[in-house]
Design a protein around this ligand. Structure first.
Ligand SMILES: Cc1cc2nc3c(=O)[nH]c(=O)nc-3n(C[C@H](O)[C@H](O)[C@H](O)COP(=O)(O)OP(=O)(O)OC[C@H]3O[C@@H](n4cnc5c(N)ncnc54)[C@H](O)[C@@H]3O)c2cc1C
Length: 394
C-alpha cells in the first residue's frame, strides 16, 4: 500500500460495518466508510435478522466465526443488538412438500455421517411427522391437521439488525475508522487493471484499496470498476401485522415449504410476515433499489394471509400496521462473493441473503486478504473466481 492512502469502504450496512471493524483492528492505516444515506438504513434495517445453522459447509464455518464474535458483542453490548431465541419450524402442507423436507433432512444426515465427526454441522435436526408435532414442541396455535411434515431447528434466533450493525460501527470508531454519512461514491478510476482512485460526491481522490459493500447496489458499483458481478435480485417484502387478540405465547420462526411465506412473532406481540420465493438465481432479476417502493404487493398479501390463517386458524384476524420491501441479492450458488476481483485494489462483499449471519466472517476474510495478502481459508468458497469466466488478480 502506498503511503497514507488507506482503505475505502463503499456502504455503511452491516457488511461495510464489519469490514471496517476488522480492518480497523488490524491496521494503523486510515479506514474510511462512505454511506450515501444514513448508516445501516437500507437492507440491514429491513432484515428479519435471523441467525441459525443451515446452509452448506462454507456457510456453517462462516457462521461459527460469527456466532463466536456475536457472543463476545452480546456479553458487553454497546448498541442494544438484542437477541431472541425462537427455533425454526419449517412446515409442509402437501405430501410432496413433506417428501422434500424428509429428503433434505436425510441428505443432511448423510453428509454428517460421511464427515465422520469432522463436520461443523452438528446441530440437532429432525423430521417430525404431524402426529408427533404436538408431543415434540409447545405450539398451541398451529393447526397440525393441515401439516403434512415438519423440520425443527432449535438453534435459531434473531437480532435487532440496525443495532447489530451499530455495534460494529461503535467498535470500529474506537479503532479510528471514520464513517462519512450522506456521502456517495460516484465513480471509480481503474488504469491498466489497477484501481487508482475514487470520486466522492464528485470529488476525485487517490486510493489503492476500495471495497464495495454496497448491498443491492453492488453490481452498479462493481460496474464503475469495469467488473461484471454475477449478482441478481429478488424482492423481499415484509408485512407487520397486529393480531386482533394478542398471542400470549412466543412462536418459533415458522416457514411454509410450499409457498415460501414465513412468520415470526416479535417481542411486542406483532407478527412479521415475509416471502422468500422458492425459485433460485435463474429466476431472479435486477431491480433499481432507488425505485422499488415499500408497499407489500396486494396479491402476495392476500396469499400470505391465507397461508397464515390456515396454519394458525384460532388466532383472530390481523391488522396490517406497517409494510416495507427490501431487496435480496442472489448469486448462482447461494454463497456470497467476497474478496479480490480481477481489478487490483478493488474488492467486493456481495451477498446472497444471510448477510447478518455471514458479515462477521466476511470482514475477517477481507482483512486477511488486504492486510496479510492471505487468501483466507474461505477463498475457494467465496472468491468470484469460483465462477467460470471470472478471475481475480491473485
Ligand atoms: C426482508 C429481508 C429479510 C432478511 N432476513 C435475513 C435473515 O433472517 N438473516 C440474515 O442473515 N440475512 C437476512 N437478510 C439479508 C441481510 O439483511 C442482508 O444480506 C444484509 O443486510 C446486507 O447488508 P449489506 O451491508 O450488504 O447491504 P445494505 O444494508 O443494503 O448496505 C449497503 C449500503 O451501501 C450504501 N451504498 C450503496 N451504493 C453506495 C454508493 N455509491 N456510495 C455510498 N454508499 C452506497 C447503501 O445506501 C446501503 O446503506 C434479509 C434481507 C431482507 C431484505
Amino acid at each position: 500500500m502506498s503511503e497514507n492512502r488507506g482503505y475505502h469502504i463503499i456502504g455503511g450496512g452491516i457488511v461495510g460495518a464489519s469490514i471496517a471493524y476488522h480492518l480497523g483492528r488490524r491496521t494503523d492505516e486510515p479506514v474510511h466508510v462512505y454511506e450515501k444515506g444514513r448508516l445501516a438504513s437500507e437492507t440491514t434495517r429491513k432484515s428479519l435478522a435471523f441467525f441459525g445453522f443451515y446452509g452448506d459447509e462454507t456457510q456453517y464455518r462462516m457462521k461459527q466465526y460469527g456466532m463466536e464474535l456475536y457472543n463476545g458483542f452480546l456479553s458487553s453490548p454497546r448498541a442494544d443488538p438484542g437477541y431472541v431465541t425462537t427455533g425454526l419450524l419449517n412446515v409442509s402442507t402437501t405430501e410432496e412438500g413433506a417428501r422434500a423436507l424428509q429428503e433434505e433432512v436425510a441428505e443432511r444426515n448423510e453428509r454428517l455421517a460421511d464427515a465422520k465427526g469432522t463436520a461443523v454441522d452438528t446441530s440437532p435436526v429432525d423430521f417430525i411427522a404431524p402426529d408427533d408435532l404436538k408431543r415434540a414442541a409447545v405450539l398451541p396455535f398451529l393447526d397440525t391437521d393441515v401439516v403434512t411434515g415438519s423440520v425443527f431447528r432449535p438453534q435459531v434466533g434473531y437480532f435487532r439488525p440496525r443495532e447489530l450493525a451499530l455495534e460494529f460501527i461503535e467498535r470500529a470508531r474506537d479503532e479510528g475508522v471514520v464513517f462519512h454519512e450522506h456521502t456517495a461514491v460516484t465513480d471509480l478510476t481503474v488504469e491498466d487493471g489497477v484501481l487508482s482512485g475514487l470520486s466522492v460526491d464528485g470529488e476525485w481522490r487517490p486510493a489503492d484499496e476500495v471495497i464495495s459493500a454496497a448491498g443491492p447496489w453492488n453490481p452498479r458499483v462493481a460496474a464503475m470498476a469495469g467488473v461484471d458481478l454475477p449478482v441478481k435480485h429478488t424482492l423481499a417484502p415484509v408485512l407487520e401485522l397486529k393480531p386482533k387478540e394478542p398471542i400470549p405465547y412466543t412462536l418459533p420462526w415458522i416457514t411454509h415449504r410450499e409457498s415460501g411465506f414465513s412468520i415470526r412473532r416479535n417481542a411486542d406481540g406483532r407478527v412479521l410476515m415475509t416471502n422468500h420465493p422458492p425459485g433460485g438465481y435463474e429466476e431472479a432479476t435486477e431491480y433499481d433499489p432507488e425505485t422499488v417502493d415499500d408497499s407489500f404487493p396486494p396479491d402476495l398479501q392476500s396469499r400470505g394471509l391465507e397461508v397464515l390463517e390456515s396454519l394458525l386458524p384460532t388466532v383472530e384476524t390481523f391488522d396490517v400496521v406497517d409494510e416495507r420491501v427490501g431487496i435480496r441479492s442472489s448469486t448462482p450458488d447461494k454463497n456470497p462473493i467476497v474478496g479480490w476481483t480481477r481489478v487490483d485494489g478493488f474488492s467486493v462483499a456481495a451477498f446472497s441473503t444471510s448477510g447478518i449471519q455471514l458479515a462477521p466472517a466476511t470482514g475477517n476474510v477481507i482483512a486477511d486478504q488486504l492486510i496479510d495478502d492471505d487468501p483466507s481459508e474461505f477463498y475457494e468458497g467465496l472468491s468470484v473466481s469460483r465462477f467460470e469466466s471470472y478471475v481475480d488478480h491473485k
